[in-house]
Each structure stands twice: as structure tokens, then as C-alpha cells.
Write a protein that binds this ligand. Structure first.
Ligand code: ADP
Ligand code: MG
Length: 303
């Protein structure tokens, strides 16, 4: 694979200079990490990553396979510790053992395969598992489980067996299990990768609602550009580095730069740009197929 110099991307950190009022939730400062290898040199996975994510943000992380997304995500709740540099969650350094309990409570992780993260056979028992481990009193656990299942709209399934659920429903139960621990940050590593389109939509609707209505800070790793478009900020990784960082439009309009790192803007963004270049005033927030169909219909009615 062609190695890109980071200097190609120096102009692409759009967030620089945009000061936020919100407190910093996640701060990574020049972190480096390599996986140990037995018979060869260690595999570098993060080569100096710095970023700040503010409270209440909805950040998508995209990038080719092997670009370091999962490795970075695992640093956010101290599943991995940086070899160099520091990661702090609400100012708590992940390298300090006394901080681990609070960091793991604050940052919930949701992974790709719901079957690997669900631990019980009944929905409500699974959701109760996290708060039980936190030593929460039983009456409070009941309240937390009920509230979490309501939030993800799975309360009707509380007493059902997990195996009868669809993939999307299982992921929502996994999210409820995290919510029951009352985290401030939810990191989701390709949570829709194994789901069908309706499951993907269910999970994305849940994630957006958690951000907008519950005020959770969301870090969503995804390989679906349509999902990244729904975030407020998109970070692009390439070979263990952040190479782009900005609003979805700022990032996805850099078609050439995206191509260099093996990514492509969503098709609807391409189509909207083509239509605009031909003088058709497609509104700026059209990013998905149904919206585009509706917009073209509306524009055709006007002419
Ligand atoms: N457990 C592991 N052992 C050795 N190398 C790994 C391991 N996990 C990931 N890597 C390597 O680290 C790099 C980054 O991987 P990863 O963070 O999983 O990327 P992504 O999530 O973007 O696909 C890749 O080169 C990958 O092969
Ligand atoms: Mg990954």
C-alpha cells in the first residue's frame, strides 16, 4: 500500500480554531500503540493520534480496514493503554489504575457482533448484568433496567429470550445494557456491520436519540458513509493517524483526499453536487436516497 505523508492532510483539520463551550470528555494526546508480534517487528496501529471530543458531541470515525479505528476506540475505555502519550476521560488518565473503575463506568462500548456481548439468555437479565457488577442495590437495578429498555424501545421484550430477537433488536439490548450503567460516553465500533438495512436503521435511530435527547457523547465507528453523515463531526483515519477532521460536509466534499485514503463520499452527496453544478438548487442537507427522491419531487413541482 502506498504510504501517505501526513503533510498532505495538514490543511484538512477543519475543527482547528473552532472553540467549543462544552467541557472536554475525551482527550488523546499524541498516542502511539503497537501490537506485539512474535516473529516479526511489532505492528504499529496508532502513530501519534491527538484529538479532543467534547461532552454531548456525536463523532463518527471512518477509515479503511486496518487504519487503527478499533485500536483507538479501545483506548477510550482503557481496554488498551497507550505506549506513548496520554488518554484522559473527563481529565482521568487511563494509565492510572485508580481511575479505571470510573473510566469504564463513564465510557460504554458496543461492538460489532451482538451475540458476543450479550451474556444472559433473557433480555432484562442481560441488561441488569452491568449494574449488578457495579454493586447497585437491586431496587435501583430494576429501575435502571426498565428505563434503559424503554429508552431503546425494547421494554415490551423485557422477559423474552434473546435468541428470538433480530440483530437490530439484539444490538438495542446491548445498548440498553450499557445505558443501565449510566455512562456519559458510548463508543460503538461498527455496531451495524452485521445487521440488515432495517436493523441498521433501528440502531442508528437509537444512537441519534441517545445523543439528541439523552445528551450522551457518541463515538461511532462505521464503514457506512450514510451513517457518518448523521454525525456532527467526522474523523478520517489512515495508517494509524487522523488525516481529516471536520463536519460531514467539510469532509465528504474533499472527494480527492478521501480517495487517497481509500474512502469515498456517499453517493447521494456526489449526485447532489452534480445536480447543483447543473444549476439545480438541491438543498445542502440532502444525504440519503429518500431525501433525494423527495427533494427532486419538490423541485420538479416548483419548476
Ligand atoms: N490483536 C491484534 N494483534 C496484532 N495486530 C493487530 C491486532 N488488532 C489489530 N491489529 C493491527 O493493527 C492495525 C490497526 O487495526 P485496527 O485498529 O483493528 O483497525 P480498524 O479497526 O481500522 O480496522 C492493523 O494493522 C491490524 O492488522
Ligand atoms: Mg475495527
Amino acid at each position: 500500500m502506498r504510504r501517505l505523508e501526513t503533510s498532505h492532510f495538514q490543511l484538512l483539520n477543519f475543527c482547528e480554531g473552532k472553540k467549543s463551550e462544552m467541557p472536554c470528555m475525551i482527550k488523546a494526546d499524541n498516542i502511539k500503540y503497537s501490537y506485539p508480534a512474535h516473529e516479526s517487528a511489532p505492528v504499529p496501529a496508532l502513530c501519534g493520534v491527538s484529538l479532543e471530543i467534547e461532552q454531548g458531541a456525536f463523532v463518527a470515525i471512518i477509515g479503511e480496514n486496518g487504519s487503527g479505528k478499533s485500536t483507538l476506540a479501545k483506548h477510550f475505555n482503557a481496554l488498551l493503554l497507550p505506549e506513548e502519550g496520554t488518554v484522559a476521560i473527563k481529565g482521568l488518565d487511563t494509565k492510572i489504575e485508580a481511575n479505571l473503575w470510573e473510566i469504564r463506568r463513564q465510557v460504554g462500548m458496543v461492538f460489532q457482533n451482538p451475540d458476543n456481548q450479550l451474556v444472559a439468555s433473557i433480555v432484562e437479565e442481560d441488561v441488569a448484568f452491568g449494574p449488578e457488577n457495579l454493586g447497585i442495590p437491586p431496587a435501583d437495578i430494576r429501575k435502571r433496567v426498565d428505563a434503559a429498555l424503554q429508552t431503546v424501545e425494547m421494554d415490551a421484550y423485557a422477559e423474552k429470550a434473546l435468541y428470538i430477537l433480530s440483530g437490530g433488536q439484539k444490538q438495542r439490548v446491548a445498548i440498553a445494557g450499557i445505558l443501565a450503567m449510566h455512562p456519559e460516553v458510548i463508543v460503538l465500533d461498527e455496531p451495524t456491520a452485521m445487521l440488515d438495512p432495517s436493523g441498521r436503521r433501528e440502531v442508528m435511530d437509537t444512537v441519534k436519540m441517545l445523543n439528541r435527547q439523552e445528551g450522551k457523547t457518541i463515538v461511532l465507528i462505521t464503514h457506512f458513509m450514510e451513517e457518518a453523515l448523521q454525525a456532527q463531526r467526522v474523523i478520517v483515519m489512515h495508517e494509524g493517524r487522523i488525516v481529516m477532521d471536520g463536519s460531514p460536509r467539510e469532509v465528504f466534499l474533499q472527494a480527492k483526499a478521501l480517495e487517497l485514503v481509500g474512502m469515498e463520499a456517499p453517493e447521494i452527496v456526489h449526485l447532489a453536487d452534480i445536480l447543483r453544478s447543473k444549476g439545480i438548487p438541491v438543498k445542502p442537507d440532502v444525504m440519503e436516497v429518500p431525501e433525494m427522491v423527495e427533494e427532486i419531487w419538490q423541485l420538479s413541482q416548483r419548476s
